[in-house]
Design a protein around this ligand. Structure first.
Ligand SMILES: Cc1ncc(COP(=O)(O)O)c(C=O)c1O
Length: 430
């Protein structure tokens, strides 16, 4: 590469799925993302996610590089406000369960149409604490989907219960028609996921849960502000669990999560569970861990909360642009909203014939994409002892080989979406 001017510098980080790539390792982008992937040990296959975490364009760069996600752009827009908020926390030095935590909880509950919100340090802990608060434990079964992020299942195993999977529908969400068949007297809860930011079909799920007297925990990790029949997700089941991971539609500057509930008793239990079971500093009422959200992250989230409606509308507008531009490519399935749903497009997931070739083709043209998620949970090696095998969830398995998430972050420009759609048309010769 000696003697060649670099076109841009990117930083390869970890993806939201917890797969760690060389963090903060800078590599020079000369020809294409493929070079970056090779240099970062990911091989020539563009399977990893690339984030512009502090990327700088070289003045000579001409090619349009569109990363899958662009966290640096969001931070840059509101950098002054974020720094002020952090500075205030530093001055006050109330780092643990400070005033900002309480204020964020009040605002987030209001945002979701829930009576209460309890913050924690990740979406994963939110799920674990939700199940513990509902008394789910050894001997119990929890019904969920196999196509989510692994946290949706690991939380069930972490509390000692058994995950029971049902297949999904074409909208990637739990198929309520299959629930009855898998429920047993040991079923203690149903855990639907609002995957991609689209609400699961909650009415039939809630009806069956009521009839069988089991609790519903909503995994709303990807779906802040999504609506189902006029109700915000997180306000429908017994407990809603949200991730506020930086890549989510409302994300902290680090790990963060929050639970919502309408039930005061559940709220009290969650408050204890997130803080070592401590009622006061010297009164430990039950064994638990430390899942508290840092005051600094709450301060950051309070700033970002002001923008979440605007950012969500931008995601929706991007989805509309994609829909019009990609309409009519027979090899693609494009997501559309049903009349009673308002999705938030945490991810904009298309299904594509020759998905891996398309992904590679786009990567070679500087367009980052991702797959959420390539290996269904029941086929993960951790799931071996659960007794599932390939072929048991045909819809989820089929989708796993076809899904592709296109960039949809709020800061994306219309001309960038045009460019992406142009490349997709070129790939299919349409
Ligand atoms: C559907 C789903 N559930 C749970 C989680 C876990 O959230 P966190 O990464 O904040 O622990 C995620 C995050 O990726 C998710 O997408």
């Amino acid at each position: 590469m000696e003697g060649q001017p670099p076109q841009s510098t990117v930083v390869v980080c970890s993806n939201e799925d917890g797969v760690t790539f060389p963090r903060q390792r800078e590599v020079v982008l000369t020809e294409s993302f493929a070079v970056v992937l090779q240099a970062s040990g990911l091989g020539g296959e563009p399977e990893g996610l690339l984030y512009h975490a502090g990327a700088q364009e070289h003045p000579g760069a001409t090619r349009l590089e569109i990363p899958y996600a662009n966290l640096a752009a969001q931070s840059a827009e509101i950098r002054g406000e974020l720094l002020e908020a952090i500075e205030r926390v530093l001055r006050g030095a109330d780092f643990i369960l400070g005033e900002e935590v309480r204020r964020f909880e009040l605002s987030f509950a209001e945002l979701c149409g829930a009576r209460f919100a309890v913050t924690v340090n990740s979406g994963t802990d939110a799920l674990v604490l939700a199940l513990r608060a509902l008394g789910v434990g050894p001997g119990d079964e929890v019904v969920t989907v196999p196509n989510s992020f692994v946290a949706t299942t690991s939380c069930i195993v972490m509390v000692g219960a058994r995950p029971v999977f049902v297949d999904v529908r074409s909208d990637y969400n739990l198929d309520p028609a299959q629930l009855e068949r898998v429920m047993t007297p040991r079923t203690k809860a149903i855990l639907p996921v609002h995957l991609t930011g689209r609400p699961a079909d909650m009415d039939p799920i809630m009806a069956l849960a009521k009839a069988r007297r089991v609790a519903v925990v909503e995994d709303a990790a990807q779906a802040v502000l999504a609506e189902y029949r006029g109700r915000k997700v997180g306000s429908i089941g017994a407990i809603g669990c949200f991730s506020l991971h930086p890549l989510k539609t409302l994300g902290a500057c680090g790990d963060a999560g929050v639970l919502t509930t309408q039930d005061e008793e559940l709220r009290e239990r969650l408050l204890l569970l997130r803080n070592l079971g401590l009622r006061t500093r010297d009164d430990c009422t039950r064994w638990s861990g430390n899942s508290r959200l840092d005051t600094i992250q709450a301060a950051v989230l309070l700033v970002k909360l002001k923008y979440v409606h605007e950012w969500t509308e931008k995601r929706r507008a991007h989805a509309s642009l994609y829909r019009s531009a990609l309409n009519g490519i027979p090899e693609l399935d494009i997501p559309t909203d049903k009349p009673h749903e308002k999705a938030v497009y945490h991810t904009f997931v298309i299904q594509a014939d020759r998905r891996d070739d398309l992904k590679r083709y786009l990567a070679l043209r500087g367009i980052g994409t991702a797959v959420h998620y390539p290996v269904p949970i029941h086929l993960q090696s951790a799931a071996r002892d659960l007794g599932y095998h390939r072929g048991m969830f045909p819809v989820a398995e089929h989708q796993a080989g076809r899904i592709l998430s296109l960039p949809v972050y709020p800061e994306l420009r219309a001309d960038e979406i045009d460019h992406i759609c142009g490349a997709i048309h070129a790939f299919y010769g349409t």
